[in-house]
Design a protein around this ligand. Structure first.
Ligand code: SAH
Length: 222
């Protein structure tokens, strides 16, 4: 086996056994979609965080990634990916706001045709791009910008996922959804809930789901 392959598969606390334990936990918490579980299993989460934290990579917890940001908890990544319909054949082009370290991006890239991802912090965006390219994910477009305005030149999207929390739903994002498309977004300040907004022939259908804790969605870029 090549060393790169060993690194991707992991050893010890990052091994297949550890990843199976994570999947068992996600199943126990209600994640059902087989393709989503497989994508989580196949994504080397230990390569998205600092080496000093790698032994915790397959625990179901959020971890710090610098710049005051975090890598999301695997359960939340799985839950939002399911809500997005990313395991379904009609979900082909997805916009992601909040690339962070690129973990959710990698999970999505295994499930849909193309992922467009936007990150406001330039240094995070560059590190995520380098990492995802090195891991051989090829169906991703990257942008350092403000997710509040979406990515107009590539709309409409079959799905939009936001991984930072605004206090209210940005109307500009809803406008970039294809007919039947879904927006999955945490909304609120201290008291956040996941919301799923579906574009119908007549307007938008909105539903509230799980309580969550995301970093705030901040306007502008740096
Ligand atoms: N998706 C990541 C978690 C991202 S944390 C994962 O898989 O672990 C949230 C990210 O959203 C941070 O990197 C933050 O810088 C970014 N962010 C916050 N406001 C934003 C905005 N307006 N546009 C784009 N990215 C934003």
């Amino acid at each position: 086996m090549h060393s790169a392959q060993i690194q991707r598969q992991g050893i010890g606390m990052t091994s297949a056994r550890t990843r199976h334990r994570l999947l068992a936990r996600l199943r126990a918490h209600g994640i059902r979609e087989v393709r989503v579980l497989q994508a989580i299993f196949d994504t080397p989460r230990h390569l998205f965080i600092d080496e000093a934290l790698a032994h915790q990579a397959y625990e179901d917890i959020a971890l710090p990634i610098g710049y005051g940001q975090t890598i999301s908890q695997p359960f939340i990544v799985a839950r939002m990916t399911e809500m997005l319909g990313a395991g379904e054949a009609t979900t082909q082009r997805v916009l992601e706001i909040g690339t962070g370290c690129g973990y959710q991006t990698a999970v999505l890239a295994q499930l849909v045709d193309w992922v467009f991802t936007i990150e406001r912090v330039g240094a995070l965006q560059q590190a995520a791009r380098a990492r995802l390219q090195q891991l051989n994910y090829r169906n991703i477009s990257y942008r350092n910008g403000d997710g509040f305005s979406g990515w107009a030149s590539n709309q409409p999207f079959d799905a939009i996922i936001v991984t930072a929390a605004p206090e209210t739903v940005p109307p500009g994002l809803c406008a970039q959804l294809a007919r039947g498309g879904r927006l999955v977004i945490p909304v609120g300040a201290d008291d956040q809930r996941l919301r799923v907004i579906t574009r119908t022939p007549h307007g938008f259908d909105e539903r509230q789901h799980d309580a969550v804790r995301f970093v705030p969605m901040v306007p502008g870029r740096r």
